[in-house]
Design a protein around this ligand. Structure first.
Ligand SMILES: *Cc1c(COP(=O)(O)O)cnc(C)c1O
Length: 395
């Protein structure tokens, strides 16, 4: 069997033609493709109109990575030195690094072992304690692990009670739904972030996007993405000197996405729903294959339709020797099994900040039990059977 990675992009002839077309055009950056990509993603995140209310699509701001989008989202929400930001310890380090970039202090909310998402019970308890200690967070970054939304209604309810802002790190969850609305509509959050790294659901090679239904936040995000510079007269502190004039009114960055990336992103977006449907189909095959085994797939939530960025199973017990042997065994069999994630607070850099082993016990237990299996649209039935058979033989 050839090597089977845990995730892989799907590139079509249409994708290639779209990128080539941009290369032959006048703009390879700062042209029409980035706004077109933003519009395509915003439309797919639009909340459904009801009898009482009609909704506009959210604002969408493309960046050169989800990490950049997380950084400027924290800044747009006013995160600065002395502030506290909370996130999940079971995520990629970018979910918490973004707060450190702003000089803020980070803390973590322990997870629910069986969904891998933050535990709302632990969140509620931690907020109660933080209110007493006067250490309430300014922003909470929830992470929709593997593509399944957190229980956002409850997080939103708590945000109204305790006054924090919410960023959804939906790097895994484009194309997912929560309560039948697209993740990214921002019904229960201030900003939602997507990643278009090649292992994610759709790709622009590198790339990210921030969505928000708040026009003030959208304007700040656009400014921070491009140096904090404006050419719009009404945003300037004095009358424009002329058509060449611009002003820097904030300290921003160059976090722009290129036209090549956006063209790939636009083309990929046309297949988003097919990709997610296919991932769900493959996940169901895994689910059925593990029904009579001691392995437990992450628990699906009734209110969420997962985008299945990852397919994760938990071992029945904490047995780090078995866990290691299984991962090594799978890799020896050419199966790129992985672990998502090493708890962030156990990373050396975070230990230097004062976090200790034992701080977030569920996250630590999860790490010793979780295995991510290959999942991507082109995974064949034959490869999937081989993965299941190999995995069972290692138990
Ligand atoms: C991939 C990922 C990121 C970072 O995305 P980039 O686009 O690579 O910067 C952030 N958070 C989570 C949860 C991710 O999986």
């Amino acid at each position: 069997m050839n090597y089977i990675p845990y995730g892989k992009q799907n590139i079509s002839d249409q994708d290639i033609a779209a990128v080539v077309e941009v290369l032959q055009s006048d703009f390879i950056t700062q042209g029409p493709k980035v706004p077109e990509f933003e519009r395509a993603i915003a439309l797919q995140c639009k909340q459904k109109d009801t009898a009482e209310q009609s909704f506009e699509p959210p604002h969408a701001v493309a960046t050169n990575s989800a990490t950049s989008a997380l950084h400027i989202s924290c800044l747009a929400l006013g995160v600065e030195q002395g502030d506290l930001v909370w996130t999940s310890p079971i995520s990629f380090v970018a979910s918490s690094n973004c707060a450190l970039y702003c000089g803020a202090k980070i803390d973590f909310i322990d997870i629910d072992l069986f969904t891998g998402n933050i535990s709302n019970k632990k969140l509620a308890d931690k907020l109660k304690q933080a209110e007493i200690n006067n250490t309430l967070p300014k922003v909470i970054i929830v992470v929709h692990l593997a593509g399944q939304s957190c229980d956002m209604k409850e997080v939103y309810r708590l945000s109204e009670r305790y006054g924090f802002s919410i960023i959804e790190d939906a790097s895994h969850a484009i194309g997912a739904r929560y309560n039948n609305e697209a993740v990214g509509c921002c019904q229960y959050s201030d900003i939602t972030i997507f990643s278009f790294h090649p292992v994610k659901i759709i790709t622009s090679a590198e790339g990210g996007m921030a969505l928000t239904d708040n026009s003030t936040l959208a304007k700040k995000l656009r400014s921070l993405r491009s140096h904090g510079v404006t050419a719009v007269a009404e945003d300037m502190t004095e009358p424009s000197h002329g058509p060449w004039y611009y002003q820097q009114i904030a300290l921003g960055f160059n976090y722009r996405m290129t036209e090549l990336q956006a063209a790939l992103g636009v083309s990929q977006t046309t297949r988003l729903h097919d990709f997610v449907a296919k991932r769900n189909e493959l996940a169901t095959i895994y689910d059925n294959a593990f029904k009579d085994s001691p392995l437990t797939p992450l628990t699906p939530s009734d209110s969420a339709y997962s985008a299945y960025h990852l397919y994760i199973v938990l071992l029945p017990v904490v047995d780090s020797e078995l866990h290691k042997n299984m991962l090594v065994g799978l890799r020896a069999a050419n199966i790129g099994a992985h672990v998502h994630y090493i708890p962030i607070h156990t990373q050396p850099y975070y230990q230097e900040l004062g976090f200790k082993l034992g701080d977030f016990p569920n996250a630590e237990e999860y790490y010793q039990r979780a295995i991510s299996l290959p999942l991507y649209p082109e995974l064949s039935r034959e490869e999937q059977s081989y993965i299941v058979k190999t995995l069972k033989s290692l138990l």
